[in-house]
Design a protein around this ligand. Structure first.
Ligand code: ZN
Length: 259
């Protein structure tokens, strides 16, 4: 079974199309949330991902953009984008967003779990190995896919470290990805039997790890490996749509910076 992992598309249709064109053959698509918010093509992106017949977990922007939660704790730019998105979405798409499940959602016959933020809190950012250690301590799954930080990669910890209290004794480490040279790059990382993993495919539509290229991943449960991909896309087109929609300029400029 090969699962295409998509996260944080953020209504960026140009990035999504580039990812789908570059994606290797797969049996299923797992979507880790934030389908909309920030970008200018929310209806088209929802239409496209629904058509892929996928597994979904809701993100914080999905909730705010359909009015399920308030955007009051968002920064002013994110709040403005959420309000614009809510006004732009069709009633059907608003309803679809409202029915997205909260994570964790199990996948691959219980072999893997999908979440937006962390297994313990859908809004938590897993940015450091210390953050990850707490999740590893309180969450026993061997393999969890997450999004939310827009940083491709993830964390690994020894299997024996499950269920110790409050992160005590769990040493997790960040997975380093050496992409090598090239426009579109892929790095395959074998998943070791003695380790547990929290893996982030990165953000399709608004990467924040200093690399502007759209990020995604592919999980292969027979090979027990994850491929991390980066693909270039037409950033200028996505930027123009954001500006034309009257969304904040910063949402356009940050796409080129990968921040
Ligand atoms: Zn996001």
């Amino acid at each position: 079974m090969r699962a295409l992992l998509l996260s944080d598309i953020h209504a960026n249709l140009d990035a999504l199309e580039a990812v789908l064109a570059a994606a290797p053959s797969h049996d299923t698509v797992w979507n880790l949330g934030d389908v909309v918010g920030y970008g200018a093509r929310p209806n088209e992106v929802i239409e496209r991902v629904r058509g892929l017949g996928t597994l979904f977990v809701r993100g914080n922007h999905d909730r705010a953009c359909c009015g399920e939660t308030s955007a009051s704790d968002f920064n002013p730019i994110a709040k403005q984008a959420a309000q614009w998105t809510q006004q732009t979405l069709t009633p059907e798409h608003l309803d679809w967003l409202r029915h997205l499940p909260a994570g964790p959602v199990t996948a691959d016959g219980q072999q893997a779990a999908c979440v937006h933020g962390s297994p313990l809190d859908e809004d938590e950012y897993l940015l450091s190995s210390e953050d990850a250690s707490f999740s590893f301590a309180d969450w026993p799954a061997a393999l969890t896919f997450f999004g939310h930080t827009h940083v491709q990669g993830g964390f690994a910890a020894p299997r024996s470290a499950a269920n110790t209290s409050a992160g005590n004794g769990v040493k997790s480490r960040r997975m380093e990805i050496d992409y090598g040279e090239g426009e579109a790059v892929v790095r395959e990382i074998p998943l070791e039997g003695g380790l547990r993993y929290l893996i982030n495919p990165g953000s399709v539509g608004q990467p924040r790890d200093g690399d502007w290229r759209a990020a995604f991943a592919l999980y292969d449960d027979r090979k027990m490996s994850v491929e991390f991909h980066r693909v270039p896309y037409d950033v200028r087109a996505a930027q123009m749509q954001i500006l034309r929609a009257g969304l904040p300029d910063r949402l356009a400029t940050r796409l080129r910076e990968g921040r």
